[in-house]
Design a binder for this molecule. Structure first.
Ligand SMILES: Cc1cc2nc3c(=O)[nH]c(=O)nc-3n(C[C@H](O)[C@H](O)[C@H](O)COP(=O)(O)OP(=O)(O)OC[C@H]3O[C@@H](n4cnc5c(N)ncnc54)[C@H](O)[C@@H]3O)c2cc1C
Length: 297
């Protein structure tokens, strides 16, 4: 299997800047993310605090970034990384479509601004999952709820419904996106309500073992999938050191994490949440990855 020099997870300013820096240093790079780069980038109405790009919308900034990538012949691999396993001298990255290997890893997945649902963290792995791709097989002939925070979760719900007997889908995104939730395939039941918490149904087993609490009722099912734009990073990479809240990765000034060969950049490493900070850290992380490769030939 091909082994890349650097794998980058995340296509916001942090990941993109890491990619252009590593490419400039002649490294073989793969970057995972989205063709529209980052919803946080696209949604910004005015960006005035990024050097050289004055009074642009986030969408215009994103176009500039895309042009920069195209000029440097960097293509984004539009696959969601669901698991990363450190394997000593390299990393294995798992997506729905396949397995990739890289000698170094740069995490730039961003953070979720919202709070976790009450009960979510406590029940993770005990009926709550963050990855339909990884855990769908557990729900063969069973029922599951998908709480989707971005439209990408719709595809995950459809994937899950190929295995599960019954899937409920609760879209948590706002505005016009929510108004156009399409009719999902495989008989998925779309529930237009707001998730407020997760509980285990201690008295019950089977199909009502878990409860998703809603503003206007509840859904009982075997399992609950919570799908946000960014997965909790210590779930993505087992053994990764994070802060007490579990939101930010611990890094030093070279953007190195506690795992040799693994670096992080952007919102994921802490505040301030700003494009230029993310991009700068992406640059440092890539240079550190290059130095790591040079000393571990
Ligand atoms: C509405 C809004 C307006 C803002 N305006 C400004 C502003 O004017 N100026 C400013 O400086 N900052 C602004 N920000 C903050 C800025 O958006 C963030 O600081 C910045 O985008 C962080 O970049 P990042 O690279 O860390 O991550 P993000 O931009 O969050 O990008 C992370 C990317 O990684 C992808 N990803 C995550 N997990 C995976 C995975 N497992 N596999 C594959 N891909 C994955 C995500 O889909 C996403 O595309 C704004 C934020 C918002 C929400």
């Amino acid at each position: 299997m091909k082994r890349y020099d650097v794998a980058i997870v995340g296509s916001g300013p942090g990941g993109l800047n890491a990619a252009i820096t590593a490419k400039t240093r002649n490294k073989d790079v793969i970057i995972f993310g989205r063709q529209d780069l980052s919803s946080k980038l696209v949604k910004a109405k005015h960006v005035n605090n990024y050097l050289g790009l004055f009074d642009m919308s986030g969408a215009e900034v994103a176009e500039r970034f895309k042009q920069h990538l195209a000029n440097m012949e960097i293509a984004i691999t539009e696959e969601r990384v669901t698991n990363i396993l450190p394997a000593g001298s390299y990393f294995s990255l798992l997506t729905k479509e396949g397995i990739y290997e890289a000698k170094t890893l740069i995490l730039a997945t961003g953070v979720n601004f919202g709070e976790l649902l009450p009960g979510e963290k406590e029940l993770l792995g005990q009926g709550v999952s963050y990855c339909a791709t990884c855990d769908a097989f557990l729900y063969k002939g069973k029922s599951a709820v998908v709480v989707g925070y971005t439209r990408q979760a719709e595809a995950e719900a459809e994937f899950l419904a190929e295995t599960a007997e019954k899937v409920y889908y609760v879209p948590m995104y706002k505005g016009k996106d929510k108004d156009i939730v399409p009719e999902l395939a495989h008989g998925i039941e779309v529930v237009m309500d707001k998730a407020t918490g997760i509980e285990k149904n201690e008295a019950e087993a089977g199909s009502s073992a878990m409860k998703l609490l809603l503003e206007n009722g509840e859904i009982q099912a075997h399992g609950i999938f919570v799908l946000r734009e960014s997965t909790a990073v210590d779930v993505l990479v087992p053994g990764l050191a994070v802060d007490e809240a579990g939101k930010h990765v611990m890094v030093d000034r070279s953007m190195a994490t506690n795992i040799p060969g693994c670096f992080a950049a952007g919102d994921l490493t802490g505040r301030p949440y700003q494009y230029i900070k993310a991009a700068g850290e992406g640059n440092v992380a890539a240079l550190s990855a290059v130095a790591y490769l040079d000393t571990n030939k």
